[in-house]
Ligand binder design. Structure first.
Ligand SMILES: [Fe+2]
Length: 194
């Protein structure tokens, strides 16, 4: 199996002023491609033909394959939820669950921001649905994601410096705050309903 870089559904400059074309070119065009190439190389080395989820859940091959496969999955998930013309508010059952778990959409965003700002080093913040159906925000270091704890990821924030350093330098909080302007809740709702 050969993994390919997924096609972006927007132009590289479409997320400006929140994320610049230069940042997308580096993050999507270089970093994401680097992970895809690494997975293909290691899959070949270990003679594996399985999908990404199987590598991640079963830690097939070697640690480097697990981390690179997880990063391919994480980056496809991250870029998929971004849009220059997003649905700006969740509705329906997803909104009900957010309100149940966090009180309101604003309280949810505040908590997601607080957890995102506090991560030490590289990683991600995730909104996920647990096995009992309730929602949870977690912080995961490096390439990890909540799938390995049987959670269904709904929304993520890439907190590696490569995601924001070009545009925001050390102002991680500004990147996180601006990300809400391009998060497409239509995508998050579809993930929740699946
Ligand atoms: Fe990234």
């Amino acid at each position: 199996m050969i993994f390919e870089l997924p096609i972006l559904k927007f132009e590289h400059d479409a997320l400006e002023p929140y994320i610049s074309a230069r940042s997308i070119e580096l993050h999507y065009g270089k970093v994401f491609r680097f992970y895809v190439n690494n997975v293909n190389r290691l899959m070949d080395e270990f003679k594996l033909t399985t999908g990404l989820l199987s590598i991640i859940k079963n830690r097939l091959g070697c640690p480097a394959l697990y981390y690179n496969a997880s990063e391919v999955w994480n980056h496809e998930f991250y870029f998929e939820q971004l849009s220059p013309s997003p649905k700006t508010m969740p509705e329906g059952n997803l909104l009900l669950e957010i309100n149940r778990a966090f009180g309101s959409i604003d309280e949810f965003k505040n908590e997601f921001d607080r957890i995102s700002i506090s991560i030490f080093g590289s990683g991600y913040t995730w909104l996920s649905q647990q096995e009992d159906g309730t929602l949870i925000i977690t912080q995961e270091a490096n390439a990890k994601n909540p799938i390995i704890r049987n959670c269904k990821p709904l929304l993520s924030c890439d907190l590696w410096e490569h995601a924001y350093f070009v545009d925001y330098q050390c102002r991680r909080a500004d990147y996180i705050a601006n990300l809400w302007n391009i998060i497409d809740w239509d995508v998050i709702e579809r993930r929740f309903d699946n």
